[in-house]
Design a protein around this ligand. Structure first.
Ligand code: NDP
Length: 284
């Protein structure tokens, strides 16, 4: 019988570590600051921004928000981002996705300085990640997944990691990180003919699709570590992409939904803000 990973406890410990780092920066007269741009009417985005605000408060990170209604133009958002790039008191810039449909997402994300790209979506940041450069911001969800896998002592070298999903924010970056750590990586997506052929071989299985219980017990290798990234609302309940209760009978460890990867995603953002602050102030 496998176990659900206690992600809440991991986050609690990591938050304490991060709080200490923020305190040390403040003692040097440095105040980490995150600027958040919200140009969306997406309810989930508003909830995420609220969660980020709350964790910033807990950790002593300053946060300011730029909230726009649907009359905003791409030029206006680009203009704000450019101003934030120039503002030395701002260490990290986050443009909350998805944006209003009429806005040019690529143009806006490309405007963020790679020095302040704490969400890690700028092409330069992703490019650095793909060539394996150390000094880069790792996108928040993949970074959070690695926090969990590292904390439970996952062995990567020579293991088969199977990723289901190939999005820019989860599937692609996590595949590159696991590749760098020495895993053999397979990526499945909507055109893969039978994902179970691959998932059954996975020592480490990461599922980021957005379809409730697309991965079931019979698709999991005995003893596998399973990371369920999916968030799906079904009959008013939040469930993941993996049928957790039944999968526990075969896997060794699994992240719960809710209370799993989502928690580390927010933490990772603030870790990136602190990293940006340290780098911008040339602190060794
Ligand atoms: P996207 O919609 O951007 O990507 C989904 C991926 O799943 C695509 O690559 C798609 O393939 C693939 N896919 C779709 N259907 C199938 C299928 N039947 N078999 C195999 N692959 C399939 O989603 P995201 O990566 O942004 O998010 C995935 C899930 O994770 C969502 O539920 C989202 O809410 C959640 N999420 C959770 C976060 C957290 O903090 N916990 C953070 C970010 C996301 P193709 O490329 O071919 O279309």
């Amino acid at each position: 019988m496998g176990e659900k990973i206690n992600v809440k406890d991991i986050v609690r410990r990591k938050k304490e570590e991060l709080k200490d780092k923020v305190e040390s920066l403040k003692k040097l007269g440095i105040q980490p600051k995150l600027a958040v741009v919200l140009a969306s009417e997406d309810e989930a985005s508003k909830i995420y921004v609220g969660k980020k605000r709350k964790m910033c408060e807990e950790l002593g990170i300053e946060q300011e928000e730029y909230i726009f209604d649907s009359s905003v133009t791409t030029e206006k958002v680009v203009d704000i981002v450019e101003k934030l790039n120039q503002d030395n008191s701002v260490n990290g810039i986050l443009v909350q996705l998805p944006l209003f449909k009429h806005l040019d997402m690529d143009k806006i994300l490309d405007t963020i300085s790679d020095k302040k790209d704490v969400d890690g979506f700028h092409p330069l940041t992703l490019g650095k990640l793909f060539i394996g450069e150390k000094e880069t911001f790792i996108p928040c969800t993949p970074k959070g997944i690695m926090t969990i896998l590292d904390d439970i002592g996952t062995d990567y070298e020579g293991k088969h990691a199977v990723i289901v999903g190939r999005s820019r924010i989860v599937g692609k970056p996590i595949s590159q990180i696991l590749l760098k750590r020495g895993a053999t990586v397979t990526i499945c997506h909507s055109k893969t003919q039978d994902i179970s052929i691959y998932t059954r071989q996975a020592d480490i299985l990461v599922v980021a699709v957005g379809k409730p219980h697309i991965v079931t017990k019979d698709m999991i290798k005995p003893g596998a570590i399973v990371v369920d990234v999916g968030i799906n609302r079904v009959n008013g309940k939040i469930i993941g992409d993996v049928d957790t209760d039944n999968s526990l009978k075969v896997c060794s460890k699994i992240t719960p939904v809710p209370g799993g990867v989502g928690l580390t995603t927010v933490l990772s953002l603030l870790e990136n803000v602190v990293q940006a602050t340290i780098e911008q102030n040339n602190i060794k």
